[in-house]
Design a protein around this ligand. Structure first.
Ligand SMILES: *Cc1c(COP(=O)(O)O)cnc(C)c1O
Length: 425
């Protein structure tokens, strides 16, 4: 599918005249339409809820949009729980899917009445130790890892046997048995088996596995399974030649498995939960950066004012992010460039050997699909500062939703040392 930018060069320049590049720009209309489509796709399931994975994009202004659309939040750290509390998410709208979890984070999730999703069987004792006599929550969830290879008929595969998450089948059975003995009344099952799947079959296939397990555990242990959490993993087409996922088809695929496996077992009250991050905001965020240098050595380079600090996926995973040169949408792509950031790291390249229109210094580049795992993954290497985040509204107006960092932010953790406190001022 042809990838197009959701701003014109004129609009991007107008924004840049107020908030200098680089900046991350979010498309509010796109996010809202997508959330509606997700809710519609699972409307057949009475208890359905998307728990947006905060790690994908922890901006409170965006999390507020999630809240308005009925979503909960999937948190996995102390600060993510703080966001949920600050934004007024009630306990039933907080999923705590962490791993290698520190005690104070379990304590906080418990205090907020969030649903705790245990990553390991040993965490039952760990949690009880923290609670020190207080009762376990009535509803608890466990994360399942089937081990081995997860392979789908279309060739997509991942390697759960090599992943640190979740419990084996024997462990999850034992965990449910013990939790039931300790008074837990309602159970959830969670699993995340493959990342960034661009196929309508992933959720239905995962649902088939988890519904089968739910039925087995419900029958053999006589426990009430109240929800199945399909977690994240629904991907987006980073490349123009990829066919985007159809969330309505995905919802129908899960419904079919539900009717086949759960309903005949009298389990028609099981709620479906999802914890999508990438699919919800990924395509509706872009990094807008200006070309500030061109360099001709053994290859042609365009240097821009953004770097991996603002979008790390290309440097970290060699990930493809499509680039539109604003104002040159219809020009032929007959120049081959490496598009680079300024880090002293040769992998700081947004594109390698990319065919693009001829780029002049001053051109604005729109780097697509930076709305999830973009800002949140960034770091401060080379002392580079993180950029502003801006929300483009449905009426074309725009609003700053996080200011750019300043040197003061970078040095703020020296504020307790008198000899360096000046840097933090
Ligand atoms: C990362 C993560 C998600 C979100 O994954 P996406 O691929 O962004 O949808 C959901 N749940 C858990 C537990 C995760 O770790």
């Amino acid at each position: 599918m042809k990838k197009t930018a959701y701003v014109t060069k004129e609009k991007a320049e107008e924004i840049a005249s107020v908030f200098p590049t680089p900046y991350l720009l979010y498309d509010e209309k796109g996010i809202r339409q997508n959330l509606s489509a997700i809710n519609e796709a699972f409307a057949w399931n009475r208890g359905f809820r998307e728990y947006f994975a905060v790690k994908a994009n922890p901006n409170p202004f965006l999390l507020k949009i999630m809240k308005e659309n009925g979503c909960g939040l999937d948190c996995s750290s102390y600060t993510e729980l703080m966001l949920a509390e600050q934004l007024g998410f009630s306990g039933e709208r907080i999923m705590f899917s962490s791993n290698d979890t520190p005690a104070e984070e379990y304590e906080y999730a418990y205090r907020l009445n969030g649903t705790i999703n245990l990553d390991d069987i040993t965490h039952i004792d760990f949690l009880e130790g923290i609670l020190g006599g207080r009762e376990l929550p009535e509803t608890m969830s466990c994360r399942f890892n089937p081990g081995g290879l997860f392979e789908m008929s279309n060739g997509i595969m991942d390697n759960p046997g090599d992943s640190k998450y979740g419990m084996t089948k024997e462990q999850i059975r034992e965990a449910f048995r013990r939790l039931k003995d300790k008074g837990v009344k309602h159970f959830g099952i969670h699993a995340f088996l493959a990342s960034n799947t661009v196929t309508n079959d992933y959720y239905p296939e995962l649902a088939g596995i988890l519904f089968g397990l739910a039925r087995e555990l419900s029958e053999s242990l006589n426990v009430h399974i109240s929800f199945i959490n399909l977690s994240g993993g629904v991907g987006i087409p980073y490349r123009p030649e990829q066919e985007p996922n159809d969330i309505l088809a995905i919802g129908r695929g899960v419904e079919k498995k539900y009717k086949e496996i759960l309903e005949p077992a009298g389990m028609g009250d099981v709620a479906i939960y999802t914890e999508m991050g990438r699919f919800v905001t990924g395509p509706y965020g872009a990094l807008v950066t200006r070309a500030i240098h061109e360099k001709h050595i053994y290859k042609e380079y365009i240097g821009c004012d953004a770097c991996a600090v603002h979008l790390m996926r290309p440097a970290m995973y060699g990930a493809y992010h499509h680039i539109t040169v604003l104002g040159k949408e219809d020009e032929p792509c007959d120049y081959k460039y490496d598009v680079t950031g300024s880090l002293c790291e040769n992998n700081d390249k947004f594109a390698v050997d990319r065919m693009l229109p001829k780029i002049e210094k001053g051109d604005l580049l729109f780097i697509h699909d930076a709305g999830a795992h973009g800002y949140s993954m960034g770091y401060n290497y080379n002392g580079k500062l993180k950029c502003a985040e801006i929300l483009l509204k449905e009426d074309g107006s725009f609003e700053l939703i996080r200011r750019a960092e300043t040197p003061k932010d970078y040095f703020s953790t020296f504020d307790c040392f008198p000899e360096y406190a000046g840097l933090a001022k």
